[in-house]
Design a protein around this ligand. Structure first.
Ligand SMILES: Cc1ncc(COP(=O)(O)O)c(C=O)c1O
Length: 382
């Protein structure tokens, strides 16, 4: 038998645009930190999850579903699509479901993006989409954020060319927590040709929707826009990986052709449907978020740390340099608080903290209060 040669296979079968990708770095898991440092009090404030956990309705549905795990899920996810179509007053033909909203982004890339095509987006936005775009050989063209860390809509409009096939907008944006307004959205759309596909990633929609000038894309009918939302953030179901998208039925039907047939899985479909029934849990989540936002924002401000105003469940703030971000990350880790350095988002001189339960935010504030005198002294003031 010939000797296997995986290195040759990788060399000859994997295109450069995949070989050059870097593996996505998720927030540090609680168990890993507990193992490494022997800590018992740990607050994970690194992945913008819902600190209140899933809705009990979702848990009830999922628990009952366990008895049916020998069955394939409904490949059309009828019940979940119906619940979403009722909630948003849409036809089920306009809805696509997937393994998280990132799963749907991968299907968008599979269906609509091909080697050499150009995606236009911003610097310092959600890195998942850069990776997905590059993984199919697309070119990612970025424009810098404005001086106040917002998408620069005017610069984006100027950079639309005949090579632009897709425009990706995270609204609100991760990792800055800022958003483009109704006026800015209208302005940008006035420059977007009808044959260019716009992806509006609204993963943090539920936290931003009450801002008067936030453009809820449900109020618009652009046939070249796909809106993506998720059960991972405000609905507290990151672990079961369910995302959804809305768009014109031509676009949705092509996505459905390239989609793996049984996503979301059986438990995912049940959990998401249960979560939709529990609007009070969503309200509690948003209320807690507002309270913890004010605590963290004011604390950072009072300590001269210049947080970026956010309409999401996280706050980003500057540390002065990449070195200082790493230092702050490590100092907090030693005290059991996991935050997110933003090197991968090309904002190394910033860190991001997700808003947690009242106790987790107590922990963050206590740890920061202990760290700050030493941290400020270590390299001059911020
Ligand atoms: C802007 C943005 N979009 C999408 C996602 C991924 O969400 P999902 O869990 O639905 O794949 C995230 C997760 O952090 C995000 O911040």
């Amino acid at each position: 038998m010939m000797k296997a040669d995986p290195a040759y296979i990788s060399q000859s079968l994997v295109p450069d645009y995949i070989r050059n990708l870097k593996v996505y770095q998720a927030g540090k898991p609680i168990e890993e930190l507990a193992r490494e440092k022997g800590l018992t009090r740990i607050s994970k404030l690194a992945s913008n999850e819902n600190p209140l956990g899933p809705s009990p309705f979702a848990i009830r549905e999922m628990t009952q579903g366990l008895w049916n795990l020998h069955r394939y899920p409904d490949m059309h996810a009828y019940d979940l699509k119906k619940a979403l179509s009722d909630l948003y007053n849409l036809k089920t033909e306009n809805i696509i479901l997937g393994n998280g909203s990132e799963g749907i982004m991968a299907y968008i890339a599979r269906a609509f993006l091909h080697p050499g095509m150009e995606v236009l987006t911003s610097e310092n936005t959600f890195i998942g989409f850069y990776i997905i775009g590059r993984s199919v050989g697309a070119q990612i063209k970025t424009v810098p954020l404005t001086h106040d860390y917002r998408y620069d809509v005017k610069a984006m409009a100027k950079n639309i060319t005949e090579r632009t096939k897709i425009i990706y907008i995270a609204n609100p944006n991760n990792p800055t927590g800022t958003y483009i307004t109704k006026n800015e959205f209208d302005e940008l759309m006035s420059y977007v040709p009808g044959h260019v596909l716009v992806i509006l990633d609204e993963a943090y929609f539920e936290f931003a929707k009450d801002c008067a000038d936030y453009p809820d894309t449900m109020d618009y009918r652009y046939d070249n826009v796909i809106t993506l939302r998720t059960f991972s953030k405000a609905y507290g179901l990151a672990g079961i990986r369910v995302g959804y998208g809305f768009g014109h039925e031509d676009l949705i039907s092509n996505l459905t052709k390239v989609k793996l047939p049984f996503e979301p899985n059986l438990i995912g479909q049940l959990g998401a449907r249960g979560a939709l029934e529990d609007q009070p849990h969503l309200t509690r989540t948003i209320e807690n978020n507002k309270i913890q936002y004010n605590r963290v924002f004011n604390f950072l401000k009072e300590n001269g740390l210049n947080p970026v105003p956010s309409v999401t469940n996280f706050i980003t703030f500057p540390t002065g340099s990449g070195k200082r971000s790493d230092e702050l990350f490590e100092l907090l880790l030693n005290k059991g608080v996991i935050i997110r350095p933003l090197k991968a988002n090309e904002m190394p001189e910033f860190v991001r903290v997700s808003l947690g339960t009242p106790k987790e935010i107590d922990h963050f504030i206590e740890a920061m209060t202990e760290i700050l005198p030493q941290f400020k002294l270590s390299e001059g003031s911020l």
